[in-house]
Design a binder for this molecule. Structure first.
Ligand SMILES: C[S@@+](CC[C@H](N)C(=O)[O-])C[C@H]1O[C@@H](n2cnc3c(N)ncnc32)[C@H](O)[C@@H]1O
Length: 304
């Protein structure tokens, strides 16, 4: 199996481009506006340009699913259920759920990403898929009060949100009573690490403060799916911890049903260090000569 290696978190890209830390904006709205510009600039690249290989668009259009086997198992049958994919990007995961039988709605703040998602829905003739341009914080209004059986999100979504309490409140208004919220994300442990500088062989060390509430603000070039791409981006991302995430959900009407950690991740965070290897399409794991630790987790919560 040949799989592309790639970078994901902007703050970890240290290859051909110099990503550098910049002062954070005074308010989160400005940070989110700059993130929107950054994401808008990547949509075409990921759907139809050099990043499409990373996204396995060709294989996906030919029938490969973006949904991991454990996601299918933990979410259970989605046949005939309404599913909202928050922060759906170019809609590949969303439309994979539609192929499983869900009636899908994708939401993302990037108009360019949503138009790529709509284009894919047409190509795949998934005519009842709906895509909506909206910031997460305006999702309830944008979806006109509609409630869903399943809210699906993650794989690089939470780090773009400054306030998990606000996010969980929005989620609580979007899921029907008895419905579920399901997400897959990188672990806080992984997000705190980076490759140490000045060592002979690549070694991971603690770098990012998980208790820091402000954003990590950086400027650089390229995309995680196409590091060579000629685009400059300013990004602001936030760390999250299990306590802030779980407490936000619990205090907004969710009951945690399961939390599972895995030694597989939907991206290779440090391709230049050659510490990871492909484990299956769309997933990577640490090589055998590395100390294993949880890279990703899935969380399932029921709306009371
Ligand atoms: C890494 S992608 C989501 C993961 C998806 N599995 C993928 O890679 O295709 C993150 C998405 O979050 C969206 N996003 C970031 N901040 C957002 C916000 N405040 N409101 C809505 N969408 C947001 C971006 O536009 C982007 O499409």
């Amino acid at each position: 199996m040949t799989l592309e290696r790639y970078d994901f978190k902007a703050q970890h890209i240290r290859r051909n481009m110099a990503w550098r830390t910049i002062p954070s904006p005074d308010d989160d709205d400005e940070a989110i506006h700059q993130n929107l510009e950054a994401w808008d600039s990547m949509a075409f690249l990921h759907a139809q340009g050099a990043g499409a290989e990373f996204y396995r668009i060709e294989q996906w259009l030919a029938g490969e699913s973006k949904i991991a086997p454990w996601e299918l198992e933990e979410v259970g049958s989605v046949k005939g259920k309404s599913l909202l994919h928050m922060q759906c990007h170019i809609g590949a995961d969303t439309l994979s759920w539609a192929r499983e039988g869900a009636k899908v709605t994708g939401l993302d703040f990037s108009p360019n990403a949503i138009s790529e998602a709509e284009r894919f829905a047409k190509i795949l003739k998934i005519n009842d898929a709906k895509f909506v341009v909206s910031n997460v914080s305006d999702a309830v209004e944008s979806l006109k009060g509609e409630k869903f059986d399943i809210l699906y999100t993650g794989r690089g979504a939470l780090c773009w949100l400054p306030d998990l309490q606000e996010w969980a409140k929005v989620c609580s208004e979007l899921v029907k009573s008895g419905g579920i919220l399901y997400l897959e994300e990188s672990t806080p442990m992984l997000n705190a690490l980076d490759i140490e500088e000045g060592t002979e062989t690549p070694r991971l060390g603690l770098k990012y403060d998980l208790f820091n509430e402000g954003p990590i603000s950086e400027i650089g070039e390229g995309s995680y799916a196409s590091p060579e791409a000629d685009i400059e981006r300013t990004t602001h991302s936030w760390e999250y911890r299990y306590d802030t995430l779980l407490n936000a959900l619990i205090s907004n009407g969710f009951m945690i049903e399961s939390l599972n950690e895995r030694d597989e991740l939907a991206w290779d965070p440090w391709p230049e260090a050659e510490m990871f290897e492909p484990s299956r399409p769309n997933y990577w794991r640490l090589k055998e000569n590395q100390v294993n630790f949880p890279l990703s987790f899935t969380l399932k919560a029921k709306r009371l």
